[in-house]
Design a protein around this ligand. Structure first.
Ligand code: FE2
Ligand code: FE2
Length: 171
Protein backbone atom coordinates (compact mmCIF):
# COMPACT_ATOMS: atom_id res chain seq x y z
CA UNK A 1 0.00 0.00 0.00
CA UNK A 2 1.34 3.35 -1.02
CA UNK A 3 1.93 6.04 1.62
CA UNK A 4 -0.68 8.86 1.64
CA UNK A 5 2.06 11.43 1.30
CA UNK A 6 3.24 9.84 -1.95
CA UNK A 7 -0.28 9.32 -3.33
CA UNK A 8 -0.93 13.02 -2.72
CA UNK A 9 2.25 14.07 -4.51
CA UNK A 10 1.45 11.81 -7.49
CA UNK A 11 -2.07 13.23 -7.67
CA UNK A 12 -0.57 16.70 -7.84
CA UNK A 13 1.63 15.54 -10.71
CA UNK A 14 -1.38 14.06 -12.51
CA UNK A 15 -2.98 17.50 -12.27
CA UNK A 16 0.21 19.14 -13.60
CA UNK A 17 0.31 16.77 -16.60
CA UNK A 18 -3.35 17.43 -17.41
CA UNK A 19 -2.69 21.15 -16.98
CA UNK A 20 0.17 20.82 -19.50
CA UNK A 21 -2.18 19.05 -21.91
CA UNK A 22 -4.74 21.85 -21.53
CA UNK A 23 -2.11 24.54 -22.08
CA UNK A 24 -0.87 22.88 -25.30
CA UNK A 25 -4.39 22.45 -26.61
CA UNK A 26 -4.98 26.18 -26.09
CA UNK A 27 -1.74 26.87 -27.97
CA UNK A 28 -2.96 24.56 -30.74
CA UNK A 29 -6.12 26.66 -30.99
CA UNK A 30 -4.01 29.83 -31.26
CA UNK A 31 -1.97 28.29 -34.12
CA UNK A 32 -5.10 27.09 -35.93
CA UNK A 33 -6.46 30.63 -35.82
CA UNK A 34 -3.13 32.01 -37.03
CA UNK A 35 -3.29 29.78 -40.15
CA UNK A 36 -0.50 27.52 -38.94
CA UNK A 37 -2.12 24.07 -39.24
CA UNK A 38 1.21 22.21 -38.91
CA UNK A 39 2.02 23.89 -35.59
CA UNK A 40 -1.58 23.33 -34.46
CA UNK A 41 -1.16 19.63 -35.27
CA UNK A 42 2.18 19.42 -33.44
CA UNK A 43 0.69 20.99 -30.30
CA UNK A 44 -2.37 18.80 -30.49
CA UNK A 45 -0.11 15.73 -30.41
CA UNK A 46 1.64 17.34 -27.45
CA UNK A 47 -1.78 17.55 -25.76
CA UNK A 48 -2.22 13.83 -26.44
CA UNK A 49 1.25 13.02 -25.04
CA UNK A 50 0.63 14.99 -21.86
CA UNK A 51 -2.69 13.22 -21.41
CA UNK A 52 -0.78 9.93 -21.66
CA UNK A 53 1.72 11.16 -19.05
CA UNK A 54 -1.19 11.90 -16.71
CA UNK A 55 -2.98 8.61 -17.24
CA UNK A 56 0.22 6.58 -16.85
CA UNK A 57 0.53 8.01 -13.31
CA UNK A 58 -3.22 7.58 -12.76
CA UNK A 59 -2.84 3.84 -13.52
CA UNK A 60 0.29 3.62 -11.39
CA UNK A 61 -1.45 5.02 -8.27
CA UNK A 62 -4.16 2.39 -8.62
CA UNK A 63 -1.73 -0.44 -9.24
CA UNK A 64 -0.03 0.49 -5.96
CA UNK A 65 -3.22 0.48 -3.92
CA UNK A 66 -3.63 4.28 -3.86
CA UNK A 67 -6.49 6.40 -5.16
CA UNK A 68 -6.37 8.95 -7.94
CA UNK A 69 -8.18 12.19 -7.16
CA UNK A 70 -8.60 14.50 -10.11
CA UNK A 71 -8.13 18.15 -9.23
CA UNK A 72 -9.49 21.23 -11.01
CA UNK A 73 -7.59 22.71 -13.93
CA UNK A 74 -6.91 26.41 -14.52
CA UNK A 75 -7.98 28.17 -17.68
CA UNK A 76 -4.88 28.09 -19.89
CA UNK A 77 -3.31 31.15 -21.49
CA UNK A 78 -4.78 31.51 -24.96
CA UNK A 79 -3.25 34.64 -26.50
CA UNK A 80 0.29 34.94 -27.80
CA UNK A 81 2.16 37.67 -29.62
CA UNK A 82 4.09 35.42 -32.01
CA UNK A 83 4.80 31.82 -32.94
CA UNK A 84 8.19 31.95 -31.25
CA UNK A 85 6.54 33.14 -28.03
CA UNK A 86 4.27 30.07 -28.17
CA UNK A 87 7.26 27.74 -28.24
CA UNK A 88 9.14 29.80 -25.66
CA UNK A 89 6.15 29.28 -23.36
CA UNK A 90 6.28 25.53 -24.08
CA UNK A 91 9.95 25.53 -23.06
CA UNK A 92 9.31 27.53 -19.90
CA UNK A 93 6.50 25.16 -18.95
CA UNK A 94 8.60 22.05 -19.62
CA UNK A 95 11.40 23.40 -17.41
CA UNK A 96 8.83 23.85 -14.64
CA UNK A 97 7.57 20.27 -15.16
CA UNK A 98 11.13 18.96 -15.04
CA UNK A 99 11.63 20.62 -11.65
CA UNK A 100 8.41 19.00 -10.43
CA UNK A 101 9.45 15.54 -11.66
CA UNK A 102 12.85 15.94 -10.02
CA UNK A 103 11.23 16.92 -6.70
CA UNK A 104 8.87 13.95 -6.92
CA UNK A 105 11.81 11.64 -7.59
CA UNK A 106 13.62 13.06 -4.57
CA UNK A 107 10.55 12.32 -2.46
CA UNK A 108 10.42 8.74 -3.82
CA UNK A 109 14.09 8.30 -2.85
CA UNK A 110 13.58 9.74 0.64
CA UNK A 111 10.49 7.59 1.20
CA UNK A 112 12.27 4.53 -0.23
CA UNK A 113 9.48 3.89 -2.76
CA UNK A 114 11.41 1.90 -5.37
CA UNK A 115 8.58 1.27 -7.88
CA UNK A 116 7.87 5.02 -7.96
CA UNK A 117 11.56 5.73 -8.56
CA UNK A 118 11.54 3.35 -11.53
CA UNK A 119 8.45 4.81 -13.20
CA UNK A 120 9.78 8.33 -12.63
CA UNK A 121 12.98 7.47 -14.46
CA UNK A 122 10.85 7.25 -17.60
CA UNK A 123 9.56 10.77 -16.91
CA UNK A 124 13.07 12.07 -16.30
CA UNK A 125 14.13 10.78 -19.74
CA UNK A 126 11.00 12.18 -21.32
CA UNK A 127 11.75 15.64 -19.90
CA UNK A 128 15.28 15.59 -21.34
CA UNK A 129 13.81 14.74 -24.74
CA UNK A 130 11.02 17.33 -24.58
CA UNK A 131 13.29 20.16 -23.50
CA UNK A 132 15.77 19.33 -26.28
CA UNK A 133 13.03 19.12 -28.94
CA UNK A 134 11.45 22.44 -28.04
CA UNK A 135 14.86 24.13 -27.83
CA UNK A 136 15.62 22.96 -31.37
CA UNK A 137 12.29 24.33 -32.60
CA UNK A 138 12.96 27.74 -30.97
CA UNK A 139 16.46 27.91 -32.49
CA UNK A 140 15.07 27.19 -35.94
CA UNK A 141 12.24 29.68 -35.56
CA UNK A 142 14.75 32.35 -34.55
CA UNK A 143 16.76 31.62 -37.71
CA UNK A 144 13.63 31.90 -39.85
CA UNK A 145 12.58 35.18 -38.19
CA UNK A 146 9.59 36.85 -39.83
CA UNK A 147 10.22 35.32 -43.26
CA UNK A 148 6.79 34.22 -44.54
CA UNK A 149 7.86 31.48 -47.01
CA UNK A 150 10.22 29.95 -44.42
CA UNK A 151 7.48 29.94 -41.77
CA UNK A 152 5.21 28.24 -44.30
CA UNK A 153 7.81 25.47 -44.85
CA UNK A 154 8.47 25.20 -41.12
CA UNK A 155 4.74 24.78 -40.49
CA UNK A 156 4.51 22.08 -43.16
CA UNK A 157 7.35 20.20 -41.51
CA UNK A 158 5.66 20.26 -38.10
CA UNK A 159 2.57 18.84 -39.79
CA UNK A 160 4.48 15.58 -40.36
CA UNK A 161 4.88 14.80 -36.66
CA UNK A 162 3.38 11.49 -35.55
CA UNK A 163 2.76 10.35 -32.00
CA UNK A 164 4.95 7.28 -32.51
CA UNK A 165 8.10 9.16 -33.49
CA UNK A 166 8.06 11.44 -30.49
CA UNK A 167 7.63 8.94 -27.67
CA UNK A 168 10.40 6.72 -26.35
CA UNK A 169 8.40 3.62 -27.11
CA UNK A 170 7.70 2.80 -23.47
CA UNK A 171 4.68 4.71 -22.67
FE1 FE2 B 1 4.47 15.56 -19.35
FE1 FE2 C 1 5.80 17.68 -21.48
Amino acid sequence: MMKDKLALAINEQIQAEFQSAYLYLAMSAWCAQANLPGCAHWLRLQWQEETMHATKLFDFVHSRGGAAHLKALDEPKSTYTSLVSVFESVREHEIYITSRINALYELAVNEKDYPLQIILQWYINEQVEEEATVMEIIERLKMVGGDGPSIYLFDRELATRTLQSTTSGQG
